[in-house]
Design a protein around this ligand. Structure first.
Ligand code: HEM
Length: 460
């Protein structure tokens, strides 16, 4: 029997028909609303357009996402889609690389963020958290994101340089924090959403200010590289030492520009997302009293605070962190995967050049996977294990976040340390919304809180 001609035909992908300009404006100003509307109208695979972008396909179908994460990764190009990050991180940044070069750099940068090397930071993370919150005063309001940023920045500076104290590191920490604060509002974040705005129009513009501060940061990094190169006895287990010592197969060391770009990638990637994710976790814990009660019961039972590895395995704490990353992911999408060859997924045939974009936000809000998706329910992560295509706050495949294990480790230790030292309260009158901050999303206003009392009287 002849196959009916319709089944041989190309399945046509649906999506909004408005111009690239309108779609870009909508997704910039109303990212959550426009995604939800498109999901309701067109389903879990739809096409989209952006100014100057190749055809986009937004995916929140786990089977399709599985294809993107598990197919031969040479089918895709990722670096080009991340060009907006070039002025921030530099052209040699891991996020801009593809192929062998990407693989080699990933292999080099991976070990410090996993296994025993990562675990060796446990005590230090707790000490840094305790030190940073030591200026809190009872009933004096503060913005929790300012503090989670101070903690995560200090932690990553320690991992990169092997030190986090001293005049030059204090200067570096302040410079990086001020630098990223330039883009702390949704409107100012437009510089990263629309790379054509990235123009130096004189000393008064934000972009000019951004470039100036970046130069200062890179000068400090150059001084650090020189110091370690000229004094081999200073080489240690830190990431900078690793980069200076490594040689490629021809025996060539990494060049200074390449080292600086990778340092910027780790310094930036290694703290911005963690700071926002931690601020969200503090928010949710205090927004849901029953969650806080259950979590405190678990934390109060910790006998040995030195056993940081055991703390990071606590089931309810782990579920709270997982649920916080589900309900308020700081990245709405993974990196876009641009096809180098034609590919068929679930009957749709995609041409070379198409950008496939797994959508973390829409997938994390699927009712069939997460009943009552708007409710903060850590229990769902205790009752069920989700697949890496249903739950992926750190992306997947060969681009999966390099620091995912480290970020989870850090988040759990900071929450456990802070919550067992102090009792906090939320001062927000309304539910806090997620808003753009540079290339990621963060709680709007940073979450206002105050200190109610000091537990056990120990805030050193
Ligand atoms: C809660 C905190 C964090 C979140 C939510 C997060 C999320 C992500 C996501 C969604 C991606 C894209 C993955 C993909 O497209 O498949 C990514 C990539 C990346 N992340 Fe993270 N991240 C976090 C913390 C960190 C930390 C602590 C580091 C420290 C090194 C880091 C370094 C990177 C790097 C270097 C990449 C690029 C990987 C590549 O291109 O191969 N991130 N992250």
């Amino acid at each position: 029997m002849a196959i009916p001609s319709s089944s041989k035909e190309k399945k046509i992908l649906d999506g909004p028909k408005t111009s690239a300009f309108i779609q870009t404006i909508k997704s910039f100003f109303y990212p959550f609303k426009s995604l939800k509307i498109n999901y309701r109208k067109y389903g879990d695979i739809f096409s989209a357009k952006g100014i100057g972008d190749p055809p986009l396909v937004i995916l929140s179908n786990p089977q399709a996402i599985e294809q993107v994460f598990t197919r031969d990764q040479n089918l895709f190009e990722v670096g080009k889609g991340n060009l907006a990050a070039k002025p921030l991180l530099g052209e040699n940044s891991l996020v801009l690389l593809d192929g062998k070069k990407h693989q080699k750099n990933r292999q080099l940068l991976m070990p410090p963020f996993h296994g025993e090397r990562m675990k060796s930071y446990g005590q230090l993370i707790c000490q840094i958290a305790e030190k940073v919150i030591s200026d809190w005063e009872i009933d004096k309001p503060f913005i929790i994101r300012d503090y989670t940023q101070k903690i995560s920045l200090r932690v990553i500076v320690q991992a990169v340089f092997g030190v986090n104290k001293g005049k030059k590191y204090e200067e570096l920490i302040k410079l990086i924090a001020d630098w990223l604060n330039i883009f702390n509002s949704p409107l100012k974040s437009a510089f990263f959403a629309f790379p054509w705005l990235q123009k130096n129009l004189g000393f008064l513009t934000l972009w000019a200010q951004f470039l100036q501060q970046k130069q200062r940061i890179r000068t400090i990094l150059a001084e650090e590289i020189n110091e370690k190169r000229n004094n081999p006895e200073l080489l240690g287990e830190d990431i900078l030492s690793l980069m200076i010592s490594v040689k490629d197969e021809d025996g060539e060391p990494m060049g200074d520009e390449e080292i600086k770009d990778q340092l910027m990638t780790i310094l930036f990637g290694g703290h911005e997302s963690t700071a926002s994710s931690l601020a969200w976790a503090f928010y949710w814990i205090h927004f849901c009293p029953e969650v806080k009660k259950k979590l405190m019961e678990e934390l109060n039972a910790i006998e040995d605070f030195k056993d940081t590895n055991a703390i990071t395995k606590l089931p309810y704490l782990s579920a709270v962190v997982a649920e916080s990353l589900r309900i308020t992911p700081v990245n709405l999408f993974t990196f876009a995967r641009q096809l180098k060859e034609p590919l068929e997924i679930l009957g749709y045939k995609f041409d070379p050049g198409t950008m496939l974009v797994p959508c973390i936000y829409l997938t994390h809000y699927r009712e069939d996977i997460y009943p009552e998706p708007h409710k903060f329910k850590p229990e769902r992560f205790i009752e069920k294990q989700f697949s890496p295509y249903e739950y992926f706050p750190f992306g997947g495949g060969n681009r999966r976040c390099l620091g995912s294990a480290f970020a989870l480790f850090e988040m759990k230790l900071v929450l456990a340390t802070v919550l067992s030292k102090v009792e906090l309260q939320l001062l927000e009158k309304r539910p806090v919304k997620s808003s753009r901050r540079g290339m990621t999303f963060t709680p709007y206003g940073g979450v206002k809180m105050s200190l109610v009392r000091i537990r056990n009287g120990v805030l050193s």
